[in-house]
Design a protein around this ligand. Structure first.
Ligand SMILES: [Zn+2]
Length: 390
């Protein structure tokens, strides 16, 4: 599918140069994506992810970066690639190379080129985005050098909450004037992401009192029933108009059907659109009290990714991207999405962040994961132009 709008002659000379360089490298770009997809890298398999990390580190080193590997114990080592550049302020390109796909997925979801798309585990989310970074920087270097220093940070635990990489992401972001996140764009027309919900989770635990359901029924206090009462209260925390959602996704409890349950708990996902909503929800969760006073309710958890709010600084970046997109015959829209990314952390620090700069496709985390081939070069050129003009 082509972006909507009529095609016009491209006139900006930098856009022409970058596009023609990238077009001439298209076969190489595709084979680099293929090689990266072929090194499977599920978040929880450190050995596999480190193998992918070595591959990624080599790519950026060969492109002229100084590569640093940040050791992580439980997850793969995170990869940082620093590029020297002109006198402009430093920029950050952010992404991840872990995927949600286990090693061996390639057997059932092989990498392939079909119907104008590339298919395979992690191709959209977000190995293509990594290769776009690599070639945007290469194209700029080939056409006279980077106008500013650029730090690429590629982490290994984004799909599982970024606990080991968050501090590194935030440290790097603080040294940068803006952050471009190469997560896939939204929908087949490839809207950029100017807002993301904040994400958190709570565990609601109830301690009740076990008793024989036949002999001592009245002596028991069922944690399951109490948890159910709490969940009905929690359901009311959702405020769809404000974009606040609260979802108990997992419950557990009890031991046998003839015993009143001594313990029960629920894991609850929360999503918010504004930072201030986090405190309101926090108060509501911490304020939960047992209806049956013989039970005890305890709460753990909280917000783990702040929302990426559509601030003026974000809009400014999007407006620039839109203008540069027009020069490349891309008609760019913006989208607000419910899912979080590491861009939420950098935006949470107040660093202007534009997300969803990866090529469009569909089926992230699904068997039809795929990326549109004819969009890879223009979106890579867009990133290069943003690095020049921001
Ligand atoms: Zn992703």
């Amino acid at each position: 599918m082509k972006p909507s709008g009529t095609r016009t002659q491209i006139t900006n000379s930098s856009a022409i140069n970058l596009l023609s360089f990238l077009q001439s490298r298209q076969p190489e770009i595709i084979s680099t994506i293929r090689d990266l997809v072929l090194v499977e890298s599920p978040s929880h398999d450190k050995q596999a992810v480190d193998k992918c990390g070595k591959h990624v580190a080599d790519l950026f080193q060969r492109a002229g970066a100084k590569v640093t590997r940040h050791r992580a114990e439980k997850y793969g080592d995170h990869v940082q690639a620093d590029f020297d550049g002109g006198s402009g302020s430093r920029l950050m390109l952010l992404g991840h190379f872990d995927t949600v796909w286990d090693v061996g997925t390639l057997k059932t979801m092989p990498f392939r080129e079909e119907k104008g798309r590339l298919w395979g585990p992690g191709v959209l989310d977000m190995k293509t985005g990594i290769v776009q970074m690599l070639y945007a920087l290469t194209a700029l270097k080939e056409s006279g050098g980077l106008p500013r220093p650029v730090t690429v940070l590629l982490v290994t635990d984004e799909e599982v909450g970024s606990e080991s990489s968050r501090a590194i992401t935030e440290r790097v972001a603080k040294q940068c004037a803006a952050v471009f996140v190469m997560e896939p764009s939204f929908g087949l027309h490839g809207a950029l992401k100017t807002g993301r919900k904040g994400v958190g989770d709570y565990t609601v635990k109830v301690m009740g009192k076990a008793a024989h359901a036949g002999l001592d029924f009245e002596k028991g206090a069922s944690a399951i029933l109490e948890l159910s009462r709490q969940l009905l209260k929690i359901e009311k925390f959702t405020e769809l108009k404000k974009g606040i959602t609260v979802n108990p996704g997992v419950i557990r409890g009890g031991t046998r059907n003839n015993v009143t349950a001594a313990e029960a708990s629920a894991d609850v996902d929360i999503r918010i659109t504004k930072m201030a909503q986090a405190a309101v929800l926090e108060k509501k969760f911490r304020g939960l009290k047992a209806v049956d006073r013989r039970c005890k309710v305890t709460i753990q958890g909280g917000l783990n990714r702040p929302p990426l709010e559509r601030t003026e600084a974000v809009v400014k970046l999007f407006t620039l991207a839109k203008k540069l997109g027009r020069e490349l015959n891309l008609s760019l829209k913006e989208a607000f999405v419910g899912g979080g990314s590491d861009g939420n952390f950098t935006a949470g620090l107040g660093i202007p962040t534009l997300d969803g700069l990866g090529a469009p496709g569909e089926g992230a985390h699904a068997v039809h994961e795929s990326v549109m081939m004819d969009q890879i070069v223009p979106r890579t050129a867009l990133l290069a132009r943003l690095i020049e003009e921001v």
